[in-house]
Design a protein around this ligand. Structure first.
Ligand code: TGC
Ligand code: FAD
Length: 391
């Protein structure tokens, strides 16, 4: 297949600033040259190319919208375009960047003390230090408010007990942002450093999705955390949910990248593959699938662009982020399945990227709030009625 040709049916490019285009192209070229050639072997092995993390730092990907601390201070749209290009490579690559930026650097930046910011943000920005985000537990996924992990203040430390599950980059992280309830039942955030006695990790194997990404369990057994490692400036579920707004925003853009990759590949395949003496792209049913994908890409691109402009204007609402995450991931998953179908038997092997994207998108549909949870978040917003149980 030829190199990725870009997908922009409505000239949306013209709505981007020069800087935004330059950043997108720089990340696109990097992903093409450094990541796409190696991702199939990592997918087969179930590994993540850890050596690329500092290179992502050099590209300015981590904490790209933050100001100071070595961060690039880019617009939200530029950040979204970065996520799009990373996920065109693999959802696992975008995940690594989303977690580091939206779920680790953001809470330190927004809720941390000056000392915490000075210590962690510069090294997280360069990628010399890796972070993870522990919210989900074995018995509390969609309903994190019921978490069992506890942090009890004893002398000069908080003593942490509990388990976090399905944590991206858990075992390679130097620092974990962990959410736990204190004795008063309030949810608080803690910075837990790798190597702290009582803190251990275990990688999850047997995944059919997000194979080129590390997913771990974090276990805390009488793990003593210095009092200074509490994130001082937030309490309650709005702490972790505020971080999720950042990461869900990135996913909404990233899903466009995965769908663009599947569409471009399927289009080229359909133009080349001959059956009944004609390219399969000449058959009406194949064209219908390609046009469906292009249509969804175009709508998704416009949705996230406006979402980004709202975010930059400071007026975006979390429910608007939910709608975009929900819509774009569903479109990407449905489109990836169509692209897989267009490739016929070839669609099931990793010589082609489509099945890898399709399987990854099953995770993307689930994490950061499942499709159905986002439906209910928007449903609550428009009806004023809460489907989760509370009045
Ligand atoms: P609810 O009563 O709605 O809210 C409790 C408090 O939180 C506030 N809040 C928000 N604040 C900021 N941003 C948001 N999006 C917020 N949504 C709610 C709310 O105002 C309230 O504040 P306060 O001060 O009045 O107390 O809470 P609920 O218990 O009814 O739950 C609502 C629900 C279901 C929507 C929420 O729990 C939810 O979003 N569940 C989904 C869980 C989830 O998304 N988990 C993700 C884990 S991390 C992950 O998947 C990383 S993947 C990383 C990768 O590899 O890319
Ligand atoms: P459940 O909450 O058990 O949901 C199961 C099903 O029930 C879903 O279909 C759901 O939509 C449905 N459901 C639940 N409640 C309702 C309701 N009220 N109404 C209707 N339907 C409902 N978490 C982290 O904290 N940090 C990470 O870095 C992280 N990375 C992840 C990486 C991967 C590869 C994966 C797969 C997950 C990751 N997660 C992470 C966890 C992820 O956020 C959760 O899996 C997700 O929030 C769903 O929780 P659950 O899996 O427990 O499903």
């Amino acid at each position: 297949m030829e190199k990725f040709r870009g997908v922009d049916y409505y000239g949306i490019e013209t709505l981007l600033s020069e800087d935004e285009r330059m950043i997108r192209d720089a990340v696109r070229d990097w992903v093409e040259a450094e990541f796409i050639p190696i991702v199939p072997e990592h997918h087969r092995a179930g590994t993540f190319p850890i050596a690329l993390i500092p290179k992502l730092g050099e590209l300015g990907v981590f904490g790209a919208t933050l100001k100071g601390y070595g961060c690039a201070g880019l617009s939200s749209v530029a950040y979204g375009l970065i996520m799009q290009e990373l996920e065109r490579g693999d959802s696992g690559l975008r995940s690594c960047a989303s977690v580091q930026s939206g779920l680790v650097m953001y809470p330190i930046y927004a809720y941390g003390s000056d000392a915490q910011k000075d210590r962690w943000l510069p090294v997280l920005a360069t990628g010399e230090t890796v972070g993870c985000f522990g919210l989900t537990e074995p018995d509390h996924g969609s309903d994190p408010g019921g978490m069992k992990t506890r942090a009890v203040k004893k002398g000069d430390a908080y003593v942490l007990n509990g388990t976090k599950l399905w944590i991206t980059n858990g075992s390679i992280a130097d620092v974990a942002v962990v959410w736990a309830k204190t004795e008063d039942g309030e949810i608080r955030g803690f910075l837990v450093e790798k190597g702290t006695p009582g803190f251990s990790t275990l990688d999850i194997h047997g995944k059919f999705s997000m194979r080129a990404s590390i997913t771990s369990e974090l276990a805390f057994q009488d793990c003593r955390i210095p009092l200074d490692n509490l994130l001082p400036n937030v309490q309650g579920l709005r702490g972790p949910l505020g971080c999720l707004n950042q990461a869900r925003y990135g996913i909404a853009w990233g899903a466009v990248g995965a769908l663009m990759a599947c569409y471009d590949w399927a289009l080229q395949y359909a133009q080349q593959r001959v059956q009944f003496g004609k390219p399969i792209g000449s058959f009406q049913l194949v064209q219908q699938k390609l046009v469906w994908m292009l249509n969804e890409i175009t709508k998704a691109q416009l949705l996230v662009l406006q979402l980004g402009r709202l975010k930059d204007a400071g007026t975006v609402r979390p429910q608007q982020v939910s709608l975009a995450k929900m819509n774009n991931v569903q479109a990407a998953l449905d489109g990836a399945r169509m692209a897989r179908d267009i490739l016929g038997a070839a669609g099931i092997v990793d010589e082609h990227p489509v099945i890898r994207h399709m399987l990854n998108l099953e995770t993307v549909n689930t994490y950061e709030g499942t499709h159905d949870i986002h439906t209910l978040i928007v449903g609550r917003d428009v009806t004023g009625l809460d489907a989760f149980g509370a009045a």
